[in-house]
Structures are given as structure tokens and as C-alpha cells.
Ligand binder design. Structure first.
Ligand code: ATP
Length: 459
């Protein structure tokens, strides 16, 4: 069996055809950098969310979850520094009037060998002129100077559009965890070090083209904020950095396609920061970041809100504002990495092409497909089996086309097991289970089917 090379374009088409990801607002010509997850994609995304929550919240004795509001008091974003400085360096092409991020122009031009993050605006402008970097749209090299462009979407609360009513769609979920530090600590009697986990939407007015779902204007973040004594920050930073690799490989991403990239130029709040990158078909890209945010956030919230953010150590009585070590995972980028890694196109010995999504079984969108061999004879029993299995797993029913075609369709969306109902099922209470990866088949008793599948799809 031969494996064929797959392009990004083919993956995007496959996702659309198979109900994994559709272009956003497609019937109106779309909306740049927005995508909708279809019936298959939403299951995959939910399974990743569950795996993250289990690893970072459920299995941690010292972590609690929250689900904070997306819209927050604007003072939050003044305190966090986002109103003043959450901006991208943008240049307009004078020839074709398209807008580009200067840092990305340099990174693409140098194939990642130059780190534009560490450059000032003047250095980036100088580099672009000296190397005559071309506009990716029209090919000319005639850009305006850099202007800073704030990435927060803003809207107005209430009926009047006055400045006083401006509110922002949150550009990161983190502040929802920070402003609730005291609430969580007191209500659940938490002792430092402890964590707050959250999964939710964030919004950024990204204008650069997105490499499919890699860079979108709305996305989900899965964040774990660890609050600790300042003297422990380095230890926890290392711990959560290593945890990134552990978690990403537990999802089935191969270690050789993952790497750390330490930040040279740090954000205004950070003492140390690194990205964990995955080797996508279009090159290395960040899937999560680990940041030592120091006591910047809680100090600023104390200053702007007037509320005390200090913690008193119950054994030493020492008072301090806790440090925060953040681990921020992009759900959409992890989903994309898994799609990128799982999608294979094989040429079988008989010359046929097989598309297969080799997801780890616990992440597979559908765990089992139930297929009546002959619709007229076996559909009723198959529906009955659907109802039994669906109490435990996400199941899909398919009665259209030959059994071989139906197997292929399930391979193409990554369903690890196909269960065929035939005369043997009606007469002897057995079904044929066909495996996605090996394409082998096994006869299993109906009574044993739930536990047979369960042992194979548990993480
Ligand atoms: P980038 O440098 O790629 O813009 P970032 O460093 O600004 O990303 P963070 O602010 O650290 O990203 O956000 C944490 C995580 O949120 C990232 O690791 C990424 O997975 C995800 N993320 C950030 N921006 C986007 C986006 N526009 N679309 C999808 N996911 C995103």
C-alpha cells in the first residue's frame, strides 16, 4: 500500500466535502478568516475539549474550572494593557491596496529564519525595503510605513453609540480567570499553588490570510492559569512547558512534528514565554503558548479596580500578589494539526485510492458506524443497535450504496469501527466489525459489542 502526498488544498476540500469544516457564511460569498465546523468537525472539536478538560482540570486536584462572560467591563482591557498595546504592525500595499502584517511578510520571505518578533518597527521597515520583499497579492514592493492596528473588536453597549458605552469582544479568555482569582480562591478555599481552567471563545480582528483555520477572527482557547508564590514561578513554567508536549503527543501528534520556540522579545507582562509549534503542511505554526506572566495581571487589576489581590500564605502569613504561569492552547489550531496529521491518501493494491483519517479512537468524531447489509432486511435491527450503542458512543447510521463504499466514507471521516448487520445478526446474534486502520474484520457477539468497542475507544 502506497501513501500519497497530500496538499493543504486537498485537505481543505476534503474537510468541506466530508462535513468537517465549511467556509463561514459561504452562501453570501464567505467572510475572510471565518469557518464553520460541520457535523463531523464539531464532534472532533468537542472530543479535544473533553480531553483537555480531563487532563488539565479533572485530573488535577488543584485546578477548578470557570466559564466567564465574553463581554467584560472595559476597565479589564485597560488594566490588561490591551487597549493601549494589543496591536499588529500593518503595512498597506500602495499598488493593490491590500493590507499585510510586516512581521509575517518577513517571516514568510525568510522562511522563518529571521525572527521579526525581535525587531522594532523601523528595523522591520528597513528589512522589507532592503530585501525588496514583494506584496503576496500583486508582487510589487511598494508598502506604506508601519501603523499599529488594535486587534480588539469593539461594540457598544446599550442604545447610544457613545465612547462611554464601548465594550470589547474578549481577545483572550485569560482575563476571565484573573478577575475571578479572589472568587475562586475564597469560594472553594483554594491554597496556592492552584489553577483555574477555562475553555471559551476569543476574538481578534486578524487581517492576514489565515492558512485555513490557523488564523481566524474568532477561535476557542483552552487555558490553564496557575497561581503561585513568586519563588516557584520558574519551576511551574518548566512544568507547564513540558506538559505541552505530553498533552499534544497524547492526542496522537508525533513528537517529531512538534517543537518549542522560546520568545526573544517578551510581551509587556511576561518574564519567560515559549510557543509549542506543530509542523503543518504550510510550515511550523504555534499551537499553544506557555507564559510566565509574573504578578503583572493581578497587580494591574488591583490598581484599576481598587480591590485587594493579595494572598496570605496560611502557614507563613506571608502576603504577596501571586505570579501566574499561563498555558494557553488554541483549540482550532490543535484541531487543524490533528486533521493535518490524520489525513492520509493511500493507493491500495487493487489500484483504488483510499482516503483515511487516522484519529486516535478517543478523538474520532464518530466511534462506530452501523450499516445494514441489505436495507430492506436489516434496517430495523440496525436502528435498534444504533439506539443501544448511542447511549454510550457517538454513532452514525449509513444505508446508502454498497458496503465497500460505506466503509470508505467512514474511513474518510475517521470512524474506527464499522458494524455490519446481516442475516447472521438476525439468526445468531453476531455482527461483523470492520477496523478502519487494518481494514480487517472480526465477528463479535451482539451482547459483547458495547464492551468490545469501549475498551478500544477509551483514552
Ligand atoms: P500568533 O503569534 O500566531 O498570532 P499569539 O502568540 O498571538 O498567536 P496567544 O495570544 O499566545 O497567540 O494565544 C494563545 C493561543 O491561542 C495560540 O497559541 C493559538 O493556538 C491561539 N490563537 C491565537 N490567535 C489565534 C487566531 N487568530 N486564530 C486561531 N487561534 C489563535
Amino acid at each position: 500500500m502506497e501513501k500519497n502526498k497530500v496538499t493543504m488544498e486537498r485537505l481543505v476540500n476534503h474537510c468541506k466535502n466530508m462535513g468537517i469544516i465549511f467556509p463561514g457564511s459561504e452562501i453570501y460569498g464567505g467572510l475572510a478568516n471565518s469557518w464553520d465546523y460541520g457535523p463531523v468537525g464539531v464532534e472532533l472539536k468537542n472530543n479535544i475539549k473533553r480531553a483537555w478538560w480531563k487532563a488539565f482540570v479533572q485530573e488535577s486536584e488543584h485546578t477548578m474550572g470557570v466559564d466567564a462572560a465574553i463581554l467584560m467591563n472595559s476597565k479589564v482591557w485597560e488594566a490588561s494593557g490591551h487597549v493601549a498595546s494589543f496591536a499588529d504592525p500593518l503595512m498597506d500595499c500602495r499598488e493593490c491596496k491590500t493590507r499585510h502584517r510586516a512581521d509575517k511578510l518577513i517571516e514568510n520571505y525568510s522562511k522563518g529564519s529571521v525572527n521579526a518578533d525581535a525587531m522594532t518597527n523601523e528595523e522591520m521597515e528597513g528589512y522589507i525595503i532592503a530585501h525588496k520583499i514583494a506584496c503576496p497579492v500583486c508582487g510589487k514592493s511598494n508598502f506604506t510605513p508601519i501603523r499599529q492596528f488594535n486587534l480588539m473588536f469593539q461594540t457598544n453597549r446599550g442604545v447610544t453609540q457613545e465612547n462611554a458605552n464601548i465594550i470589547y469582544l474578549r481577545p483572550e479568555t485569560a482575563q476571565g480567570e484573573f478577575v475571578n482569582f479572589n472568587n475562586v480562591q475564597r469560594s472553594l478555599r483554594m491554597k496556592l499553588p492552584f489553577g483555574i481552567g477555562q475553555i471559551g471563545k476569543a476574538f481578534r480582528n486578524e487581517i492576514t490570510p489565515g492558512n485555513f483555520t490557523f488564523r481566524t477572527i474568532e477561535f476557542d482557547q483552552m487555558e490553564h492559569q496557575l497561581f503561585c508564590n513568586p519563588k516557584d514561578d520558574a519551576k511551574f513554567y518548566d512544568f507547564y512547558k513540558n506538559r505541552s508536549m505530553e498533552f499534544l503527543t497524547s492526542l496522537g501528534l508525533p513528537a517529531e512534528k512538534l517543537r518549542f520556540k522560546d520568545h526573544e522579545k517578551l510581551a509587556h507582562y511576561a518574564k519567560a514565554a515559549c510557543d509549542c509549534e506543530y509542523l503543518f503542511k504550510f510550515g511550523w505554526g504555534e499551537v499553544n503558548g506557555v507564559h510566565n506572566r509574573t504578578n503583572f495581571d493581578l497587580s494591574r487589576h488591583q490598581e484599576f479596580s481598587g480591590k485587594n489581590m493579595e494572598y496570605t500564605d496560611p502557614t507563613t502569613n506571608e502576603k504577596f500578589i501571586p505570579y501566574i504561569v499561563e498555558a494557553s492552547y488554541g483549540l482550532d489550531r490543535i484541531t487543524l494539526a490533528l486533521l493535518d496529521n490524520a489525513y492520509e491518501v493511500e493507493t491500495l493494491e487493487n489500484g483504488e485510492e483510499r482516503e483515511v483519517m487516522r484519529f486516535a479512537p478517543h478523538l474520532a468524531p464518530f466511534k462506530v458506524a452501523v450499516l445494514p447489509l441489505i436495507k430492506k432486511l436489516h434496517a430495523d435491527k440496525t436502528h435498534e443497535l444504533y439506539r443501544t450503542l448511542a447511549k454510550k458512543f457517538r454513532v452514525i447510521y449509513d444505508e446508502t450504496g454498497s458496503i465497500g463504499k460505506r466503509y470508505r466514507r467512514q474511513d474518510a471521516i475517521g470512524t474506527p469501527f464499522c458494524v455490519t448487520v446481516d442475516d447472521e445478526t438476525l439468526n445468531n446474534g453476531t455482527v461483523t466489525v470492520r477496523f478502519r486502520d487494518s481494514m480487517e474484520q472480526e465477528v463479535v457477539k451482539l451482547d459483547d459489542l458495547v464492551s468490545f468497542i469501549q475498551t478500544k475507544v477509551e483514552d
